[in-house]
Design a protein around this ligand. Sequence first.
Ligand code: NAD
Length: 245
Amino acid sequence: MDSQWRQLAQWIGQSNRIVFFGGAGVSTESGIPDFRGAKGFFHQDREIPIERVLSIDFFETHPQAYWEWFAQENAREGVAPNAAHKFLAELEKRGSLSAVVTQNIDGLHQSAGSERIFELHGNWSRLLCTGCGRRFSIADFDEARTGAAPRCPSCACVVRPDIVFYGEMLGSGVLEGAVRAIADADMLIVAGTSLVVYPAAGLVDYYDGDRLVLMNATPTPYDSRANLVIRDPVGKVFAELARAV
Ligand code: NAD
C-alpha cells in the first residue's frame, strides 16, 4: 500500500471521533459529475451555466429549468453509492466516525447507510411547496423525473427541492451541528471538494487537531494546512482501506 494511504489507515485506526467533510468529488465515482469544467445546461435553446440554473432568483422566474436539469441528472444509468460512501457508513457502524458533513445534495450517503449526516446544501429528494410549504418526497411526483415542474396538490403552486440554492442562506441548525461535530473531531478527512464555496469551505477552520487529511484530485486553498494531502480518487483509496483497516 502507498505510504500516504498507510498513514491514513493508521490514523483512522487510532481515531474514534472522525468527521468526514465531502463535496461533489465524493460522488464522481458514482457517475455524478462535479461542477469543475461542467458545461452549461441547455434550456429553451440557450446555454445557461449550472450555477445560474441552481440560483434562487433564476428558479423563481424559470422553475422549469431546474426540473429539466434534475431529470437530466437522474436519467444517468447506474448511479449508486461507491466505495467511499460505503466505507464511511461502515466506520460509523464500528463507532469510529461521528459525522459526515456533505455539500452534496444527492443523498448517496443515506443510501449507503450513514445516519449522522449534516447536509449543508440540502437534498434534492426532499421537496416543498413554494406556496403553502407542504412537504413531499420526490417519489410523490413521477412527472419530476421527466422534466415537468411538479405542482402542489393542495394549492397548485410550484414545488421546489429542499436544497440551498445559490443566493440562499444555509440552515443555521445544520451549520451549527456541523461546526460542533468538526470542533469535537479527533480526525478530519476533507475529500472531493474544491473548498471554494463559502460558508461551507470555512468549516475546516473549526478543526483544531493534528490529523487533518485533504484528499482531492486537484490543489485546494487549504492544502498547506493539512497534515496529509492525498491526490488519488477518494473511492479508490477507501476501497483499498476497507480491505485493510
Ligand atoms: P466542486 O465541483 O467545486 O469540486 C469538486 C472537487 O473534487 C474538485 O476539486 C475535483 O478535483 C475533486 N474531485 C473530483 N472527483 C474526485 C475524486 N474521485 N476523488 C478526489 N477528488 C475528486 O465541488 P464542491 O467543492 O462540492 O462545490 C460545488 C457545489 O456544487 C457544492 O455545493 C456541491 O455540493 C454542489 N454539487 C453537488 C453534486 C452532488 O450532489 N453530487 C454534484 C455537483 C455539484
